[in-house]
Design a protein around this ligand. Sequence first.
Ligand SMILES: Cc1cc2nc3c(=O)[nH]c(=O)nc-3n(C[C@H](O)[C@H](O)[C@H](O)COP(=O)(O)OP(=O)(O)OC[C@H]3O[C@@H](n4cnc5c(N)ncnc54)[C@H](O)[C@@H]3O)c2cc1C
Length: 399
Amino acid sequence: MNDASAPYDVAVVGGGPAGLSAAIALAQTGARTALIARRAPYADNRTTALLGGSVDFLQALDVWPRCRDNAAALQAMRLVDDTGRLIRAPEVRFSAGEIGLEEFGYNIENRLLIAALEQRAAELPALTRFDDEADTVSPADADVTIHTALGKSLRARLVAGADGRQSLCREAAGIAVKRRPLHQAALTFNVGHSRPHRNISTEFHTPQGPCVFVPLPGDRSSVVWVSAPKEAERLIALSDDELSEAAETQSHSILGRLRVEPGRHLFPLAIEQPAHFARHRTALVGEAAHVIPPIGAQGLNLGLRDAADIADLVREAMVSGEDPGAPQVLNRYDSSRRADVLSRTFAIDIANRSLLSDFLPMQSLRAAGLHLIGSFGPLRRIAMREGLAPSWRSTRRVG
Ligand SMILES: Cc1cc2nc3c(=O)[nH]c(=O)nc-3n(C[C@H](O)[C@H](O)[C@H](O)COP(=O)(O)OP(=O)(O)OC[C@H]3O[C@@H](n4cnc5c(N)ncnc54)[C@H](O)[C@@H]3O)c2cc1C
């Protein structure tokens, strides 16, 4: 396949963490892969709690050794009911040791994860990078034609649409998307603190949403503070001193004195679900395929499972001489992602709704559920394992 005008096996559109991971995984299968993604500094200060198989996947991509030292192990997780309501749930503590693990996963700043992904992507001979944007994407029977903003044109048998929430690839494939705004916003910032986090992530459940302190290397943590949009606007406008104090109060000083670091971002929350995960020579990856609130740290973990699955299916198709963009390959991808994405979205939506609900019976049910999980070991262990990755998921090979 040295003919420059021949279609690529796959073109990945979008260079966020999901797109870069998909491009590396696909190129590692030997598929001739194009990546259309602007090289730009990562624009926000989000971090990712990489859970379950995500670290193994990044290891198989030869990315994990390049960023491991920038990540903090997550060994325990506390859920604290801070609603101040009449019926409150008891504190629940999950420890990785209880399910035979040293840690649930690792928390890393997205910009450092992206830097490691970029470095690995640049090494792969099967991966051609276009520092550009897709301007038009036109799926047809035999392949997909992409015209870029800088005037390039290329064809591919399959497009991996990893172009985020406003996915052009999804629209070009005629895939409808259901959107539900949540009337909540997440404020993100990082803090330094005077007491050690001891690798424990703590989630305070407030009547407006959770506020989570997730360990970073050293005496630092990332904060995701979910609240009503107006409250989020108020918080983001505070001075450094005021926000440090507000965060310290919200954390009940468990980390001692807090000092916010430069940089804060606000994310309006929504749930988005496409009608199909793949169609018309296009497979959706990352937030093009699912937007969920940052509760339980599931979003990019799902995105990495999308990347692993599409790479595996493309490898299998090519080994058996199939066209990687053929309808039967896309159907396999659709069914492999559907159950995972829908079950996670459902669980997170229920967890969020039960926290926000003013309905007393719902509050009692939530408190009873958490009480049961907190006090009954086998149930707690099931919850922990399911929180890391779906138990029914087969282990996929990548690399
Ligand atoms: C506050 C918050 C906290 C979170 N915490 C966690 C967590 O702890 N764990 C977790 O697993 N998930 C978490 N998530 C979710 C996670 O951040 C997202 O799932 C993830 O960043 C999405 O990555 P992506 O690559 O799909 O999309 P994006 O990062 O949005 O990347 C899409 C890329 O495509 C590019 N693009 C768009 N259009 C085009 C085009 N036409 N041509 C070329 N490129 C294009 C964009 O410029 C962008 O670079 C969190 C989310 C939020 C909001």
